[in-house]
Design a protein around this ligand. Structure first.
Ligand code: DX5
Ligand code: ZN
Length: 217
């Protein structure tokens, strides 16, 4: 399977989002990654449903929504209504993660569980067969353009092992500091989906940048 790429809209040009989304539509990107932040779980506020709704009307790629908010379970229906393909919730924000995953599925979406850099893979042991994807944060969530945390490479190995042993079908997605130097190592370590914000949107030729990420194996 070719590496999948999910560019993060957080680094797009917000004054001309339409052009950036049209670029994504024409590119080889597989999904569009949308970062929702509440200023409580993470020390930043990004955008919410009015923006996602506007984006969903223009974007032809499946929406991969990453909720960095407290109580993401309160927004499952609203997210499904906008046609999101994947709803990623943080392990650290879900007291009843199993219930939340079931509710995401019942609403017709795929369910992803996200781990902060300091949260070990072993907490997923009893939920790994119920999720469609695990999103490993390779920076502390909240901002684009941060430095990649090296421990992520070892973490991917541990997650790949857990997926194999359990027979889970979960994809592995990595988010944060994905660029020319880190992306090949991430793919070699076993990542299925690369999220990339600043590296894609700030590049002089985003089409070529996305193409190069997809060619990694
Ligand atoms: C950070 C977000 C990321 C962010 C990645 O909290 O979850 O999706 O946009 O940005 P880069 O690729 O620039 O590190
Ligand atoms: Zn993200």
């Amino acid at each position: 399977m070719k590496t999948m790429v999910s560019p993060s809209l957080l680094s797009a040009n917000f004054i001309d989002l339409k052009s950036d989304i049209e670029m994504i539509n024409k590119s080889e990107a597989d999904w569009l990654h949308l970062d929702v932040m509440d200023g409580v779980f993470v020390p930043n506020i990004s955008f919410g449903f009015p923006v996602i709704e506007a984006v969903s009307k223009v974007c032809t790629k499946p929406l991969d929504v990453h909720f960095m908010i407290q109580h993401p379970e309160n927004y499952i229906e609203q997210t499904a209504k906008l046609g999101a393909m994947m709803m990623n919730v943080h392990y650290e924000t879900c007291t009843h993660l199993h219930r939340t995953i079931q509710q995401i599925h019942a609403a017709g979406m795929k369910a992803g569980v996200t781990l902060n850099p300091s949260t070990p893979v072993c907490v997923l042991e009893d939920i790994i067969c119920d999720v469609d994807m695990v999103l490993l944060m390779s920076v502390n969530p909240g901002f684009g353009g941060q430095k990649f945390i090296e421990n992520t490479i070892k973490k991917i190995g541990r997650l790949r092992q857990l997926i194999k042993e359990s027979g889970s079908q979960a994809l592995i997605e990595v988010d944060g500091g994905v660029q020319a130097e880190t992306a090949p190592r991430l793919v070699k370590a076993g990542v299925d989906v690369l999220v990339s914000g600043s590296y894609v949107f700030k590049s002089t030729d985003p089409y070529a940048t996305i193409h190069a990420l997809k060619e990694l194996h």
